[in-house]
Design a protein around this ligand. Structure first.
Ligand code: G3P
Ligand code: CA
Length: 252
């Protein structure tokens, strides 16, 4: 997939579909991922957690209450049990056949086609997920595209360090939602390849400091034209958004 690069934009400016095309389809489902690709996504952002039988599934919340017609914690259901729930009707009836996807099926469907920005969601309550992900990835025929376009991110640096220890060739990114000082940026640059701050705290100065230390930066989650217009001229490597159509307005 080609990124539509604004004129003279100095950085990568990748289009990253938050939980798939979450503005158009139920988040973290095949419908949302297919739609994101149809809308020109460079990366699918998705969240992974473990079921009771230690399968990696793609879901954001620790419970299934908001995004399925069931109730309870993800980790209290086996994958087979989870499949009984409808993960689409909460968004719109037309998606009633969507289910919580198995991460391995997402990989099989999208690998080599689009980048994957995989987030460990609450790694402290998904013990062992780093090893699981590494084991899943290592058995695949990862080509050069994949190795640059599979990125693992988390708010939890220790979890990322564990991932790195298992599979150092996969880039890792730290999600940040608090003000950063130069010293921290320098320290993180020894540990991660991406520093991914919340969009509202991003300034050109912060981005320069991140780039000066040799890291990239994806910012999240930019969902309105006003937000997009504020950051579009900044030296960013990618924007995570529910609405990939924001990039279409990028005409000068
Ligand atoms: O890509 C960053 C973003 O997904 C982090 O927030 O809550 O949507 O997972 P959240
Ligand atoms: Ca996420």
């Amino acid at each position: 997939t080609k990124t539509k690069q604004p004129d003279n934009h100095p950085y990568l400016f990748k289009k990253i579909a938050h939980r798939g095309a979450a503005g158009y389809c139920p988040e973290n489902t095949f419908a949302a991922f297919d739609q994101a690709i149809a809308m020109g996504a460079d990366y699918l952002e998705l969240d992974i957690q473990l079921t009771k039988d230690k399968q990696m599934v793609v879901i954001h919340d620790p419970t299934i209450d908001r995004t399925t017609n069931g109730k309870g914690r993800v980790k209290d259901y086996t994958f087979a049990e989870l499949q009984k729930f409808d993960a689409g009707s909460w968004f719109s009836q037309e998606f009633k056949n969507e289910r919580v996807p198995l991460f391995k099926d997402v990989l099989a469907r999208y690998l080599h086609r689009v980048g994957l920005l995989i987030e460990f969601k609450k790694p402290s309550s998904n013990e062992g997920i780093e090893k699981k992900l590494a084991e899943e990835l290592i058995k695949l025929p990862l080509d050069q595209f994949d190795l640059q376009h599979i990125i693992v991110q988390s708010f939890d640096l220790e979890s990322l360090m564990r991932m790195h220890a298992h599979l150092p060739q996969i880039p890792i990114g730290l999600l940040i939602n608090y003000p950063l000082h130069k010293q921290e940026i320098i320290r993180f640059s020894n540990q991660v390849q991406y520093l991914n701050p919340k969009w509202s705290m991003v300034t050109p100065k912060l981005l320069k400091a991140i780039h000066d230390e040799g890291m990239h930066s994806f910012i999240w989650t930019v969902n309105t034209p006003r937000e997009f217009n504020k950051v579009k001229g900044y030296p960013i490597d990618g924007i995570v958004t529910n609405d990939l159509d924001l990039f279409q307005q990028e005409k000068g």
